[in-house]
Ligand binder design. Structure first.
Ligand code: EPZ
Length: 422
């Protein structure tokens, strides 16, 4: 797997229609939440689950915990009746950052949990201080020793009023899962408003939870005794949608996206329009065309939802490398999320990074090069740029890309790109 690479011959316009995969950042917390469904004989069926390595990793964690878990053609079936091992092995924790989402669910179900500190993409320090302080407010004692967290709530979890200094997505989701079966009511103030948070709440309510306000800044969870299973369809992936729009903007051409939720990308579509692309949305479809030279856009500030999402920064930056004029990004969410700039510069882009700010001077041409994906979305950005480069690019470390994109080379080939996985 790690020796694979993508070979891309740039210069081909994209043309066609694609269906968007299920959302990675909804599927992962929802798979963790399945652990809470302890009613005997129950099962959880998750449709539209993306076939990506992070989902396979989550399946391995569920199995390690004692659940029965199977996954075929986009549907995960989880039988969480027997959660016998309230811990996640170090090796499994290292596979992805999102394993931290299992903490709240395992605690909610068993009252105990032992995990090591998360791995995942290297996006600057990935602290979990907010997760820890929130769970402590719910009666969890957490001891940190040799890089592992030993968490216990001997008397079970109790509801609490928790205000977040920053609307952290993972923290909001962990509290929601820990609170679902807790004694009493939990109120989250300054909660994350991302659509994936609302998708998790919708799933939990389908299983019998009592959660109100998800998607807004104040979420109220009334603890219940037990959760049953349910049959749920994961929402479409808004970042994958933005990525394929960025690939089309970069390479030029026409794209119809189906099975998406245009409302979720409301803050991204205007950026493409400012670039000179035309965008038309109808129900679960987006009709997109990039047939004129692109114009620079600035500034693009990444913000929490409903602002421009940090996960779309790299792909959209790639599409601006050949735009006319000067584009400016301000990355406000993660410390160092410009690792893809090195690869773009190698391709001939003219980008200056100063702390949170990246300044992109449009150039006339990009050149195919050998480079490697620095992380998930940075890797997708390099693919988007390679589609617009003259000559052949080879991108290695594509295991990062496979964490979040289902068969990216097949999707892009179906649109006419000359891209192969070797
Ligand atoms: C989720 O990560 C997503 N991952 C990320 O997507 C996404 O970039 C991020 O939300 C922001 O939208 C999943 O949903 C699996 P945060 P998460 O907690 O929960 C700081 C992708 O590419 N922070 O909202 O980790 C943190 O360091 C991934 O799909 C603390 O300081 O994001 C970061 O600077 C990448 N202390 C900021 O908050 C904490 O305890 C945003 O983090 C927690 C977070």
């Amino acid at each position: 797997m790690h020796l694979q690479k993508l070979v891309i011959n740039g210069g081909k316009k994209l043309n066609g229609e694609i269906r968007i995969q299920g959302a990675k950042n909804a599927a992962l917390p929802i798979m963790a939440a399945a652990v809470l469904c302890g009613k005997a004989g129950e099962k959880v069926t998750l449709r539209n689950c993306p076939r990506i390595s992070d989902v396979y990793a989550a399946m391995r964690i569920l199995t390690y915990l004692g659940c029965k878990a199977s996954f075929e053609d986009g549907t995960a079936v989880i039988i969480p009746e027997n959660v016998s091992r309230p811990e996640i092995s170090d090796e499994l924790m290292r596979e992805m950052r999102s394993s931290i989402f299992f903490l709240g669910a395992i605690l909610g179900r068993t009252g105990r949990c032992r995990i090591t500190l998360p791995g995942g993409c290297d996006l600057g320090p990935r602290p979990i201080d907010m997760h820890i302080s929130a769970l402590r407010k719910m009666g969890v004692t957490i001891k940190e020793e040799y890089g592992a967290l030993d968490c216990r709530a001997e008397k079970g979890l109790t509801g609490a009023k928790i205000s977040l200094s920053f609307p952290s997505v993972g923290t909001t989701e962990n509290i929601m899962m820990a609170a679902a079966l807790a004694e009493g009511t939990t109120v989250i103030g300054n909660a994350a408003r991302e659509p994936e948070v609302a998708d998790l709440a919708e799933f939990l309510n389908r299983c019998g939870a009592k959660i109100n306000g998800a998607g807004g800044g104040k979420i109220v969870i009334n603890g219940v005794k037990e959760l049953h299973g349910c049959d749920y369809e994961i929402m479409p992936d808004r970042i994958a949608c933005a990525t394929y729009l960025a690939c089309t903007a970069s390479a030029g051409g026409e794209l119809a996206v189906t099975g998406c939720r245009p409302w979720d990308v409301e803050s991204i579509l205007p950026v493409f329009e400012q670039m000179g692309c035309s965008v038309y949305t109808l129900d679960d479809k987006i009709f997109f065309s990039a047939n004129r030279p692109l114009k620079a856009v600035n500034p693009i500030r990444t913000m929490v939802y409903p602002g421009f999402p940090t996960d779309a920064q790299a792909p959209v930056m790639a599409s601006l490398c050949k735009a006319r004029g000067t584009s400016v990004f301000v990355e406000n969410i993660f410390e160092s999320r410009y690792k893809h700039v090195a690869g773009l510069t190698r391709m001939g882009a003219d980008i200056l990074v100063e702390g949170k700010v990246a300044v992109i001077e449009g150039v006339n041409r990009l050149y195919g090069v050998k480079t490697e994906a620095p992380d998930l979305r940075g890797g997708a950005g390099l693919v988007a740029a390679a589609l617009a480069a003259d000559g052949t690019s080879e991108i290695t470390n594509i295991q990062y890309i496979d964490r979040g994109y289902e068969e990216i080379e097949k999707v892009l080939s179906s649109l006419g790109a000359d891209i192969k996985r070797v």
